[in-house]
Design a protein around this ligand. Structure first.
Ligand SMILES: Nc1nc2c(ncn2[C@@H]2O[C@H](COP(=O)(O)OP(=O)(O)OP(=O)(O)O)[C@@H](O)[C@H]2O)c(=O)[nH]1
Ligand SMILES: [Mg+2]
Length: 654
């Protein structure tokens, strides 16, 4: 009864491990043969970091009591033999719960008190501060203890109405959504703002992160969830109840939070077991389920195949009992198969593409170096062969020629350093254009235009203006990059013709993909402006959090764009440095060879043989380079199967 998710994540994990191993081989190969440079080392280190630590975020979103937590139990925690995440009738999960596994930390539940909302710090900022969280240790082997400790996520507190208002749970203009006031004049609010569960588990340890959200308005109440966590999810599971279908509040949540194109969405029609009726034939019930499925798909604007009727409760019970037939009848495996078939392979492809791309890029850089070394050897051979049968006077003449060439070489160094000065000025201008100061100024201008209230009526227009200006800044950066490219191109052509270098200009990184990222941010953040839910976000602390989050996200986009250009520029300089080094080395070698020939007869033939041997060695090295890279690229592209040498440990979920 192994879940297909386990198998696919296993495959992905084994693949990542294998590709990372081969990248490691490649890195060592480059280092052993003096073929690496710092920018390329950075590129490969970045790739390895992605291979080993990139996570897949799967979010569960729905109105309360649709069975999110129960479904998480069925998919992830059946091995505990019980219901681990609290799932009870009515509102249960009171705060967003993130499940992941970080082996560097002990298994534990970390709880962020709700009062931290008052201080205006964002969740991202608080993540790094252990002292803000209450930590409770977890013992994965103790199912009773787990259940007891995790019950904390259901905890609430009773507070005065004023405090509830300050925390964002009370709104005069939407009385129907306010919690009921008790006889003591107090209302119930969640005790925690966020919960993190670090738990060793075969899926979580392989990079899956699961987000369980509380139903009913709570998504709107935590800005970080709507603005940051949900948009960054790789996929969302949205739950409906089979007996009710799509209700008005389901639809409101769907439209506000999951309507975005580009987000992978899986819809679950949960609790199909409740449709069973002893007075109705099984075939009729099945037809009813199909009908609900069709209606739900139509209401949400999705193909029918994206709606999965199932029973989370029956699936959990079946897995706990180890009953394969009952598990199949719960229809959970169909959802798991779809998640495995679509979510993970997509992630797989993105990584595979990045890995193969980096490897090819490094191959051409290394090949260029080898070609340059071979050209130097060829020149040397020509010179040495020309010496056959020549007098000592002739040898002395050649020594003088080397000295003259070396002087000329020193002259071209001045030109190169002037070129470098211009290049670094252009780069720092571009960095300033995309720097965080410039960004903060833009965002501040936008906020002051709307009087600091991101959710007022005027905000849409100013927001659009902000993004127009940001796109212009990016366009300007692209123009500057092109200017740099043109300058390098003409200098390289000149240096190649006049001094016999082999500088090859690589095309600069296209910055257009950051335009797309700006589009996505504008869509995600813009969705919350002037929204019916806007009132909820008009809290005093929210405007500040909104600003911080927006600046943080934009900074990532601009910094990445600026970083791309910097890496490109550095790698152009790196090839210049490399060829200069080779040049110096060649002068020295030629000089030494001639001096030896001058000193002893018979040395010439030995020297020629030596150079020929060196050349043969370089040819062999090129072959080895191709083999290492081909193996890496093949391993990276082979996204269908894991290397059987690294066979996954198969874990039976039953
Ligand atoms: N009959 C039946 N009950 C289910 C099923 N899935 C969940 N339930 C029950 O529905 C109730 C609510 O389930 P939860 O998992 O707590 O729902 P939730 O979506 O997490 O709700 P909140 O945490 O309040 O947002 C619990 O009593 C579950 O046992 C199902 O497939 N069939
Ligand atoms: Mg729940």
């Amino acid at each position: 009864m192994q879940s297909s998710l386990v198998t696919t994540l296993e495959t992905l994990s084994a693949w990542r491990h294998e590709v990372d191993r081969r990248v490691g081989v490649f890195v060592r190969f480059l280092a052993d043969h003096d073929l690496a440079d710092p920018t390329q080392a950075e590129l490969l280190a970045g790739l390895r970091a992605r291979l080993t630590s990139e996570r897949i975020l799967l979010a569960f979103v729905a109105e309360f009591s649709r069975g999110k937590s129960e479904l998480i139990n069925a998919i992830f925690f059946a091995a505990a033999g019980r219901r681990v995440m609290p799932a009870t009738p009515g509102r249960t999960t009171m705060c967003p719960v993130e499940l992941f596994h970080d082996p560097a930390l002990p298994p534990r539940l970390a709880l962020l008190p709700i009062e931290t909302r008052l201080a205006g710090l964002s969740l991202a900022e608080l993540r790094g501060r252990d002292d803000a969280w209450q930590q409770l240790p977890l013992d994965p082997a103790d199912a009773d203890g787990l259940e007891r400790t995790l019950a904390a996520v259901t905890r609430t507190r009773r507070v005065a109405v004023d405090e509830a208002r300050a925390l964002g749970f009370w709104h005069e203009d939407r009385p129907e959504d306010n919690p009921p006031v008790g006889a003591d004049g107090r209302v119930e609010v969640p005790a925690w703002r966020h919960a993190l569960i670090n738990f060793p588990h075969e899926l979580l340890s392989r990079g899956l992160v699961v987000l369980d959200t509380p139903g009913l308005n709570a998504i709107g109440a935590e800005p970080e969830l709507t603005l940051s966590l949900l948009p960054s999810a790789h996929a969302c599971v949205f739950l409906l109840a089979a007996d009710t279908g799509v209700t008005r509040s389901d639809l409101a949540i769907w439209r506000e939070h999951l309507g975005a194109d580009g987000l992978e969405r899986f819809v679950v029609l949960n609790k199909i077991d409740t449709l069973a009726d002893p007075l109705v034939a099984a075939a009729t019930v099945a037809a009813q389920i199909e009908r609900q499925r069709e209606l739900s798909a139509a209401a949400l604007g999705l193909p029918r195949s994206r709606v999965f009727p199932l029973s989370a409760r029956d699936a959990l019970a079946a897995r706990v009992a180890g009953d394969a037939g009952a598990l199949a009848r719960s229809r959970l495996p169909e959802l798991e198969a779809a998640l495995s078939a679509e979510l993970i392979p997509r992630q797989h492809e993105v990584l595979a593409h990045a890995a193969a791309g980096s490897a090819q890029q490094m191959r051409s850089a290394a090949a260029r170096r080898l070609a340059d070394r071979r050209r130097q050897l060829a020149e040397q051979l020509l010179e040495l062969r020309g010496l056959r049968g020549k007098s000592t006077a002739k040898v002395r003449l050649m020594l003088e020629r080397i000295d003259a060439e070396s002087d000329e070489f020193d002259g071209c160094l001045k030109r190169l350093s002037a070129l470098r000065a211009v290049q670094s000025r252009q780069l720092s201008e571009l960095g300033a254009r995309l720097g965080s100061d410039a960004l903060r100024t833009e965002v501040a201008a936008m906020l002051s235009a709307i009087g600091g209230l991101p959710f007022s009526g005027a905000s849409r227009e100013s927001f659009a203006t902000l993004f127009k200006r940001l796109r212009a800044a990016l366009g300007d950066a692209a123009a500057r990059t092109d200017e740099m490219r043109r300058m390098l191109d003409s200098s390289f052509v000149q240096l190649n013709t006049e001094h016999g270098f082999a500088f090859a200009l690589q095309p600069p990184p296209p910055l257009t993909r950051y335009d797309d990222e700006l589009d996505t941010l504008e869509q995600n953040y813009g969705r919350y402006l002037g929204l019916a839910q806007g009132w909820r976000m008009a809290l005093p602390g929210f405007a500040e959090q909104f600003r911080r989050m927006l600046v943080a996200k934009l900074r990532v986009v601009f910094e990445s764009a600026s970083h791309d250009v910097e890496v490109w520029s550095k790698s152009q300089s790196a090839q210049v440095d490399e060829q200069l080094r080779e040049r110096r080395r060649a002068f020295r070698r030629r000089r030494e060879a001639l001096e030896r020939i001058q000193a002893a007869s018979g040395e010439l033939e030995a020297r020629i043989a030596e150079v020929e041997l060196q050349d043969a060695h370089l040819v062999a090295l090129h072959g080895a380079l191709d083999r290492v890279v081909d193996e890496l690229v093949t391993a990276a592209r082979d996204t269908t199967a894991a290397d059987s040498a690294h066979a996954p440990l198969v874990l039976d979920a039953a």
